[in-house]
Design a protein around this ligand. Structure first.
Ligand code: TEU
Length: 560
């Protein structure tokens, strides 16, 4: 058996749960672990293999759990350790694995390590964080926080600054300190010992900072800490000590990374991580790299990025495939058409991703084609990044209220964090209390109950995609060629192995279009194995394929 056949996760699909917005079992307006347990049968019906839970640990929730104050305790908003143990047990009984989110680039400033370190140079935890003296009574470098503003905050008592690449309540850990690395190993071992099957590692390619801490006159500082000098060494150390001991599956979140680095992070020898998330394909609606703009997406660029990564990772590493997560707007609003062709475009987008090589991730609600909520007031937002950026765009950049709200409606992370729409009852069946974030108004039409009743729903289409990955080997093993890289409307690629050829044809727009199959395929005997319009699957593969709005088709050829 070769490496690709050996690992369960290479034919798996993983479902991401953002617990705060998933299902509330206790009328608090916030989802919880018992709520998740109550929906495990639903996830089993979808056919997923594993669940990734975003952070469930003790946290002041400044960044919804990505600011951890105790790695060994469950956040009481979500339940208690007994609830978690039960979730793990029942998920395992039902044949689904559990992946936890580990946030160790930084801790909350409410963590006892930081509380002891702040204001006290003699604390045994002082060196767990990154402290620098002021330069000319200013922050030591001009680096920018990812959430806006300078990335250093002053500890007035000691007159030193600490680094925070994210919010000022998220202090970066000093990975140069071996004690920090030992703490990380202990944390991960604790959860692996309980039977947790894997880990998603938050912004893990930012843990090793270049040690000379210089100003960045070309950018925001990221080139001095992204894929930093010792990051591979650190990952190998942790994998050796923990992940590989427990056989954990690992997925690293890689911020602003490169193909070459990702080949190494996820190399097939298993020395570092199982697979990696990169975000290049989701920057296609940024303007010159700037997220906070209202910009249409660049279709040719999207295809070219996929081509670069699909070809580059093949035989070298492994990609996590995804459109949506808790930081990204809903894909059907972003690249599809969430009004006239919501169902068709949600299915087409799913197809164009799920037929690639890698491990697909489905973010809660994506499987029913949930949309951005279309908020129209800043009062509706809860995300600290959105609120910070609102202030910066309004008050520092002088943009109009209308423009800023339009940008947030396109780019805010809250777009994907709205409560899951379970049914057409009050608050979409998410809670009997007051939801922490307003439910999208289309819930009477777009909800799980409705989707389960309709055999043509987005849900059953995802179910089919998830099953297909296990049935058709070339999806996992085949090489990748873009057959129409310059086409302004079609995304059409080929996957090929010794045994099979698969063609995935996607119309990304509302206008119909024709596509002539490559001549050598037109004469071969293939069959349609999937399409997003009802009633079209036929063995008779015509040379000229006519695609309706947002139509997609998947063709499979078995080699003789
Ligand atoms: O996100 C890392 C990250 O850099 C982005 O996804 C970020 O949220 C976005 O670029 C802002 O525009 C991870 C988590 O997924 C995110 O929720 C956390 O806020 C962040 O790390 C800090 O822990």
């Amino acid at each position: 058996m070769n490496q690709i056949q050996k690992d369960w996760w290479r034919t798996a699909t993983i479902y991401q749960i953002y617990p705060k917005s998933f299902c509330d079992s206790a009328d608090k307006g916030i989802g919880d672990i018992k709520g998740i347990i109550s929906k495990l049968d639903y996830l089993k019906t979808l056919g997923i293999d594993a669940i990734w839970l975003t952070p469930i640990y003790q946290s002041p929730m400044i960044d919804n759990g990505y600011d951890i104050s105790d790695y060994y305790t469950i956040n009481p908003d979500f339940g208690c350790m007994a609830d978690f143990d039960l979730l793990l047990e029942i998920a395992h009984q039902k044949g689904m694995r559990i992946i936890l989110d580990i946030v160790v680039n930084h801790t909350s400033t409410a963590h006892q390590w930081f509380k002891s370190a702040l204001g006290n140079k003699d604390s045994e935890y002082r060196d767990y964080y990154i402290w620098k003296d002021p330069i000319n009574a200013q922050a030591p470098t001009n680096w920018q926080s990812k959430f806006g503003g300078n990335a250093w905050a002053l500890d007035e008592k000691t007159n030193q600054y600490y680094l925070h690449l994210f919010a000022k309540e998220q202090a970066d850990l000093n990975w140069e300190n071996p004690k920090v690395r030992d703490e990380v190993k202990d944390i991960i071992s604790f959860w692996a010992e309980k039977g947790v099957d894997g880990f998603r590692l938050d912004v893990i390619n930012l843990i090793s900072k270049q040690q000379d801490y210089q100003n960045d006159y070309q950018g925001d500082g990221r080139r001095f800490y992204t894929d930093g000098p010792r990051v591979h060494e650190y990952l190998q150390e942790i994998s050796d000590a923990v992940f590989n001991q427990y056989g954990s599956v690992t997925v690293g979140e890689m911020s602003s990374t490169s193909l070459e680095e990702c080949q190494q992070y996820s190399s097939l020898d298993g020395k570092e991580l199982s697979m990696v998330f990169n975000f290049h394909h989701l920057k296609i609606d940024y303007q010159n790299g700037e997220k906070w703009t209202e910009t249409p997406f660049d279709f040719l660029q999207l295809k070219s990025i996929f081509n670069h990564w699909q070809q580059g990772m093949s035989g070298k590493g492994w990609s996590a495939l995804f459109w949506c997560n808790h930081d990204q707007p809903r894909i059907v609003t972003r690249l599809g058409n969430d009004q006239e062709y919501r169902v068709e475009s949600a299915k087409m987008l799913a197809t164009s991703l799920h037929m690639m090589q890698g491990t697909p991730y489905v973010y809660q609600g994506e499987e029913i084609g949930m949309t951005n909520p279309g908020y129209t007031s800043i009062e509706q937002y809860r995300d600290l990044e959105s609120i910070n950026m609102y202030d910066i765009m309004r008050h520092q950049q002088g943009k109009s209220e209308q423009d800023v709200l339009a940008i947030l409606a396109q780019k805010s992370r809250d777009n994907s964090r709205t409560p899951i729409q379970w049914n057409s009852e009050k608050h979409a069946g998410f809670t009997n209390g007051t939801p922490w974030l307003q439910v999208a108004e289309n819930y009477p039409d777009v909800n799980v109950e409705q989707a389960l009743k309709d055999e043509n729903s987005v849900f059953y289409y995802y179910q089919r995609l998830i099953a297909l990955r296990k049935e058709v080997a070339v999806i996992t093993t085949g090489d990748y060629t873009d057959l129409a890289p310059e086409h302004a409307q079609l995304f059409c690629y080929r996957r090929r192995s010794d045994q099979q050829t698969l063609i995935c044809i996607n119309n990304y727009y509302a206008e119909s279009v024709e596509y002539a199959l490559p001549a050598e395929l037109a004469v071969a005997k293939g069959k349609y194995i999937l399409g997003n319009y009802p009633g079209l699957l036929t063995d008779d593969v015509a040379c000229l394929v006519k695609l309706r709005p947002y139509e997609c088709r998947v063709l499979l050829f078995e080699h003789q």
